[in-house]
Design a protein around this ligand. Structure first.
Ligand code: ATP
Ligand code: MG
Length: 389
């Protein structure tokens, strides 16, 4: 399995080819919506994508031998373009891509050994599933000779049952087609597996089942893979490392744990984690942070006096008690499998999410008192979004 290295890769699409121009990345919108009043008339900052025609912007990345790297990012940030560039289907304007040190262009397509599975399955509709997987002749003429690898893949993917194998794609459900498509790719012994939201058409239960099957196979065969998804749970379950992309760049790459605990900027902090981190704009005064209508004291030292910063706190870090910052309950959402509820409150006119036990009394209109423990606070520079504390 190869190690794939991308160095300073850029790809620009011409303005006439820009169907996505003008799209606003959802988390960016969310970040600034939360505190809209503070941002009226604010000049453009590094928080906003500077150039929408750059699908990949000086992007460098190493995909390690045998690892599954997941790529998460808002719609239009360049994920599919990244996969196409890695596969050699799209030539970057600048930068280079190497497989084990060899430039991709120097390797004939047939020898690259890349398997790709996309949201649309691209099976051959007129062929039975077993023909699609590519061992039809063996099954028909010498069933005892089915290679062990194919036997194993087909079994793990749950398509060993003959009634599936002998059917043609139009008669298979979306989930069945998806599993056949994955099996087809794996059967060809890819050196590199590229997935572009392969499970997004499946229902919740099938997604979980197929994700587990896929996980088993990727681990077993240690296939280097890049897995693009919008589903954070899927990324966490499948990937060794996760890359968070935005506007053609990788903002941060690391384990799910590292991204969650130590986001490098406000974008990653809000993008990674469900529900997202709460952010409030304010200033540093003495050892306190002062925002609109409330303040938090005893914050960590080292922040500049008067500096404009976003204060961040995750929903599960907010404590409720008899005293604290008053906030009015808007509505609640029960998350029964986790035995918790999400309580949405209004705090000085801004929405804030709290993760609370089911036993917490929180009816719409109730007044709660919130405490922001200093040890769980994050601080981000207002203009650059960079984490500063
Ligand atoms: N063939 C193309 N011609 C012109 N622009 C393109 C082309 N392909 C992609 N783009 C633009 O490049 C940017 C990145 O597109 P890409 O498809 O890589 O995004 P994505 O992250 O995969 O989005 P999604 O999550 O919606 O699939 C978008 O602004 C898109 O409109
Ligand atoms: Mg895409």
């Amino acid at each position: 399995m190869p190690t794939i290295v991308l160095r300073h890769v850029s790809k620009r699409f011409g303005p006439q080819e820009l169907p996505g121009a003008g799209r606003v990345a959802a988390p960016t919108a969310r970040l600034f919506d939360t505190n809209r009043a503070h941002n009226a008339g604010r000049p453009r900052t590094a928080q906003e994508p500077p150039d929408r025609s750059l699908a990949l912007d000086d992007l460098s990345l190493t995909i390690r031998n045998g690892e599954t790297l997941s790529v998460l990012g808002p719609s239009g940030c360049g994920k599919t373009t990244l996969l196409k560039v890695i596969a050699g289907l799209l030539k970057p304007d600048s930068g280079e891509i190497t497989y084990d040190g060899v430039p991709i262009q120097a390797i004939p397509i047939a020898e690259r050994g890349i398997g790709m599975v996309f949201q649309t399955y691209a099976l051959y509709p007129h062929m039975e599933a077993r023909e699609n997987i590519g061992f039809y002749d063996i099954v028909r003429h010498q069933p005892e000779k089915i290679p062990e690898r194919i036997r194993h893949i087909v079994e793990v993917m749950g398509i060993e049952v003959t009634h599936l194998l002998s059917r043609k794609p139009p008669t298979l459900s979306g989930g069945e087609q998806q599993r056949v498509a994955v099996a087809r790719c794996l059967a060809r012994e890819p050196k590199l597996f590229l997935f572009d939201e392969p499970l997004s058409n499946l229902d919740a239960k099938l997604r979980v089942d197929t994700r587990m099957q896929l996980n088993r196979l990727l681990r077993h065969y240690q296939i280097t893979s890049v897995y693009v998804t919008h589903d954070q749970t899927e990324a966490i379950a499948l990937a060794h490392r996760i890359a968070i992309m935005r506007a053609g760049k990788i903002e941060q790459i690391g384990t799910a744990h590292a991204l969650y605990e130590a986001p490098v900027n406000a974008f990653v902090a809000q993008f990674f984690g469900t529900p997202p981190m709460n952010l409030f704009l304010g200033h540093i005064f003495g050892n306190a942070w002062e925002g609109r209508g409330f303040q938090v004291s005893s914050i960590r030292p080292g922040l500049h006096q008067g500096q404009a910063v976003w204060l961040g706190i995750r929903p599960e870090s907010i404590e409720l008690g008899d005293h604290g910052i008053p906030a009015r309950v808007e509505f609640t959402e029960l998350i029964l499998p986790q035995q918790i509820q999400l309580v949405y409150v209004t705090l000085s006119g801004q929405r804030c999410t709290i993760r609370a036990p089911l036993s917490t009394r929180a009816e719409p209109g109730d007044l709660l008192h919130l405490r922001f423990p200093p040890e769980y606070l994050y601080f981000f520079d207002r203009d650059s979004g960079a984490r500063i504390g």
